[in-house]
Design a protein around this ligand. Structure first.
Ligand code: UGA
Length: 437
């Protein structure tokens, strides 16, 4: 099929490229010409394992192209995907839908042939009704068929998640549209994904409810981890034991720092905003948001305790600053909060990040980037393992001991077994285990 993806952010770019890879002709459109020029020379704006190779392969065979001409690209395509950003608005809560509505208005003005419009951007309950209204007005014979098709990709695992998802959700009550999208997703359905067609509004809510539920699951295990720290229990034992019950499931039960990224913090807030509109109380999601904000403070307090409340002039090294491994995305990463607090308290913060230097810290003279892991690790009072990159999973402790007088490690991802450090002179602290193990 001929597809057009509007928006080459995370969702649009990965989905567009993956759809090309399963045999479709795809044009990825963005209004940012610089981004399109970069994509056209194979310079991929995001870090996603396997994406760059997939772009090259599909461009070479002529199935994938990039353009900043929305109207021409949309006119050439059968299905148009809206995949522009829906960041948090200036009010700090609701989703800013201006980009989505602007695309809809442009399509309405310039496209005169019938098209299927698929909303992949994460949009609150009722947004597709608004898009429909912009595109079709009150006409009964609709030129544009507006469908909700939420995305469940995880950064860092996006290609795998696209090709082998648990489910494909389509929100539409138009049988022909559902059949067309079923055909589009057929190669993925054939590999085991469940195709679930619901109403458009249910599909919108499925996305937010899924993210809010996962955020709740993480916060739940983080709260249990706090109890474990006090009660001399290892949180992994609890998570494994819980996860063996299929009703609970073992995934997303890894205790750690506050969850971050471009989705969970934004989407939980937007869900609360939506619920208020419908005069409904989402007290659980509200508690999760509060708990997650407090989690940063909790970890900060632990760091202070580990450093015996003497933070000034202490050398603290962060291993990884992105919100999780296998991504270069730093949005809403716990490291942003922790580094800012520690540097304000007078610590000299160093960081090593596998995806390179982050401009975000450039203005903070107490924060220094190291491009070499072991250079960063030298002469520290505390090393904080912030993200679970593979290269942090087998650190050279002989070298670490040689380069640091008295080393303390605070492992926020529980990459190591505390027993391993018992007979060494490394002081190892982790999450949801006795704090001073
Ligand atoms: C999340 C969802 O997992 C995707 O299904 C969804 O499509 C995406 O948001 C989105 O809405 O676009 P992502 O933000 O890439 O994906 O990251 P996750 O892997 O879900 O991790 C989110 C946060 O939770 C990270 O800070 C991670 O470190 C944390 N986490 C995750 C834990 O602390 N423990 C876990 O067990 C799992």
């Amino acid at each position: 099929m001929k597809l057009c993806f509007i928006g080459t952010g995370y969702v649009g770019l990965v989905s567009g490229v993956c759809f090309a890879d399963i045999g479709n002709h795809v044009i990825c459109v963005d209004k940012n010409l610089d981004k399109i020029n970069r994509l056209n020379i194979g310079d991929i704006p995001i870090y996603e394992p396997g994406l760059s190779e997939m772009v090259k392969k599909n461009v070479d065979v002529g199935r994938l192209s990039f353009s900043n001409d929305l109207i021409k690209s949309a006119n050439k395509s059968d299905i148009i995907f809206i995949a522009v950003g829906t960041p948090t608005s200036n009010d700090g809560a609701s989703a800013d839908l201006s980009q989505v509505f602007n695309v809809a208005k442009t399509l309405k003005k310039n496209i005169k042939k019938s098209k299927i419009i698929v909303t992949k951007s994460t949009v609150p309950l009722g947004t597709n009704d608004q898009i429909d209204k912009i595109l079709n007005g009150k006409k009964k014979n609709k030129l544009f068929k507006v469908v909700s098709n939420p995305e469940f990709l995880r950064e860092g695992d996006a290609i795998k998640d696209f090709k082998y998802p648990d489910r494909v959700v389509i929100g539409s009550d138009d049988k022909i549209v559902i059949r067309t999208l079923n055909a589009l997703y057929r190669p993925i359905i054939n590999k085991g994904a469940i195709f679930f067609a619901s109403t458009r509004r249910a599909a919108e809510l499925i996305k937010y409810a899924s993210n809010a539920f996962l955020a709740t699951k993480i916060s739940f295990i983080n709260e249990i981890a706090d109890l474990c720290e006090k009660a001399n229990v290892h949180v992994e034992d609890v998570a494994i034991g819980m996860g063996l019950d299929k009703r609970v499931g073992s995934r997303f039960l890894r205790a750690g720092p506050a969850y971050g990224g471009s989705c969970f913090p934004k989407d939980t807030k937007a869900l609360i905003h939506t619920s208020k509109k419908f005069k409904s109380q989402l007290s659980i999601v509200n508690s999760v948001i509060k708990f997650n904000n407090n989690r940063n403070l909790h970890i900060e307090k632990n760091i202070c305790r580990i450093l015996k409340n003497k933070i000034k002039n202490k050398n603290v090294c962060f291993l990884g600053v992105t919100f999780k491994a296998n991504t270069d995305d730093i949005r809403d990463s716990a490291a942003l909060y922790l580094i800012s607090k520690l540097s304000k308290k007078g610590a000299n913060v160093k960081y090593y990040e596998p995806t390179g230097k982050k401009d975000f810290f450039d203005k903070n003279e107490k924060v220094k980037y190291f491009s070499d892991l072991y250079d960063a690790i030298k002469n520290n009072d505390l090393i904080i393992i912030h993200t679970e990159w593979d290269e942090f999973k087998s650190l050279d402790f002989t070298r670490i001991k040689k380069n640091n007088k008295k080393v303390k490690i605070y492992d926020l991802r529980n990459l190591y077994d505390s027993k391993f450090f018992q007979k060494s002179n490394i002081f190892y602290y982790s999450i949801g285990r006795p704090l001073y193990a």
